[in-house]
Write a protein that binds this ligand. Structure first.
Ligand code: GLC
Length: 482
């Protein structure tokens, strides 16, 4: 069959909605979001127009890293449900035409995973810390195991020992995990911390960084240039194994690297996040650069927020968040939205004491469905307090002209009509994005600017602009030249 006749992979222009399971919807009043709760809210995703959902980890976990410390890769955390509930969720999503992505955490396990004791050979050990490597959240990357007196390697918290992907049995064990979920109907995986999968075989010291890394890093982690503690070209060994197990399921990598370095990862993964967009200052020239580079790399997953970074509306404020939404949803490729961004949720206060030692509670507050104290999220006491459900909720923004929710929904609907490659241009403080017959103008500046000569305005971030002859300060508008 000629290429042109092959069906496109489903994800090519998809909108994927990221769900943070503990904070989406509680169904049993224990204050913790769960799978049945997610199932009961799938209509929100359909209404919004999302094509797929990605669930942050749902596995049993002692929660040192809020689920990214996995104690059993092939089970569901009891507070979230069970495998039968998971199957029901997948069936319900598929009935609505929605695909389901799981979070695959292959580079480390929880220290409470049975492998850590039963298969110490799956991990990286040394009698003394053999090098200067540091953990991503700070502190040394080597911790002494009280039981054996030896040191094990961990790229993140000490409760997350790193797996050694050079060991064939590790590759096989994780391949089994992939097959386990694929057999249950999962459509793909967001692969966590891919750059940590392989390290220097000789465990050599990392040199000091001479220039700041392109992406933000913790202070201590940023002092080193991670040429040895992160993957080099050998990453292919790990990715090939994963690819083989996943077959045609989508693999989208969380590769925390500049876009220009994603090539070797994209040889085996279908997509990789372009973190440069997420961290870009809201400046037309920088955005243009980042988009062009992403378009060149192709197969990019675009996101402006997730559970690890301050919320979009907190970073940008209301007006500029609307521009950011327009930017994100008019880009070619796959787009990831983080739950709550569609109603402009801002950072919350976090837990007291904090649940996450790295300070990420504020980005993980429960979803606000209704304008009531617990936001319609739970009938019990929420595990993490609600931020401001009386100010922002799905119920009050649904069908409210000019609300963030209405804008997101309109943008996702409009996205279906966009085609063609992207052309980006900077005009003063404005960014112009052309996709076929559509031109998107994001006026990031404080001055009114001229609108394009051709086409009429089909959408604006400012309600009631009709076919105004100019583009207002901080207005984003889409023009269609029919
Ligand atoms: C990824 C996750 C993050 C987690 C880390 C370690 O970056 O997004 O939440 O802490 O991996 O698993």
């Amino acid at each position: 069959m000629p290429d042109a006749l092959l069906p496109e992979p489903w994800w090519e222009e998809a909108v994927v909605y990221q769900i943070y399971p503990r904070s989406f919807q509680d169904s049993d009043g224990d204050g913790i979001g769960d799978l049945a709760g997610i199932e009961s809210r799938l209509d929100h995703l359909s209404w919004l127009g999302a094509d797929a959902l990605w669930l942050s980890p749902i596995y049993p976990s002692p929660l040192a890293d809020m689920g990214y410390d996995v104690a059993d890769h092939c089970a569901v955390a009891p507070e979230l449900g069970d495998l039968r509930g998971f199957d029901r969720l997948v069936t319900s999503a598929h009935q609505r035409g929605q695909r389901v992505l799981l979070d695959l955490v292959p580079s480390h396990t929880s220290i409470e995973h049975r492998w850590f004791r039963e298969h110490p050979e799956f991990y990286v050990w040394a009698d003394q810390p053999p090098n200067n490597w540091v953990a991503a959240f700070g502190g040394p990357a080597w911790t002494r195991d009280e039981r054996t007196g030896r040191f094990y390697l961990h790229s993140f918290y000490p409760e997350q020992p790193d797996l050694d992907w050079r060991v064939p049995e590790v590759r096989e064990a994780m391949s089994e995990v992939i097959r386990f979920w694929a057999d249950r109907g999962v459509d793909g995986f967001r692969v966590d911390a891919v750059q940590q999968l392989m390290k220097d075989a000789d465990l050599r010291d990392d040199p000091f960084a001479t220039t700041p890394f392109v992406l933000p890093l913790g202070d201590e982690y940023g002092r080193l240039d991670h040429v040895h503690s992160e993957a080099g070209s050998e990453i292919a060994v790990a990715l090939e194994a994963m690819r083989e197990a996943a077959g045609g399921a989508l693999l989208v990598g969380e590769v925390y690297r500049p876009t220009r370095d994603l090539g070797p990862y994209l040889e085996h993964l279908d997509l990789a996040f372009a973190f440069e967009l997420l961290h870009a200052p809201f400046d037309a020239s920088r955005l243009a650069e980042v988009i062009r580079e992403g378009a060149e790399a192709r197969r990019i997953a675009w996101a402006l927020s997730n559970h690890d970074f301050p919320r979009l509306a907190t970073r940008f404020g209301e007006e500029r968040s609307a521009l950011a939404a327009m930017l994100l949803l008019t880009l070619p490729g796959t787009v990831f939205l983080y739950q709550g961004d569609e109603i402009g949720m801002v950072d919350g206060a976090g837990g007291s004491p904090p649940f996450d030692r790295a300070g990420r509670d504020p980005y993980r507050h429960p979803m606000q469905w209704e304008p009531e104290a617990f936001g319609g999220f739970t009938t019990g006491a929420p595990w993490l307090g609600l931020s401001d459900p009386l100010t922002r909720s799905v119920a009050t923004q649904r069908d409210a002209p000019g609300s963030p929710l209405e804008l997101y929904r309109s943008l996702i609907a409009l996205r279906r009509d966009l085609d063609g490659p992207v052309e980006v241009e900077v005009r003063g403080e404005a960014l112009e994005i052309r996709r076929g017959a559509h031109t998107v103008v994001l006026n990031l500046g404080d001055r009114e600017i001229e609108r394009p000569e051709a086409g009429h305005r089909v959408l604006s971030t400012i309600p009631g602009r009709g076919d105004a002859r100019s583009i207002a300060p901080r207005e984003g508008a889409v023009f269609w030249d029919s």
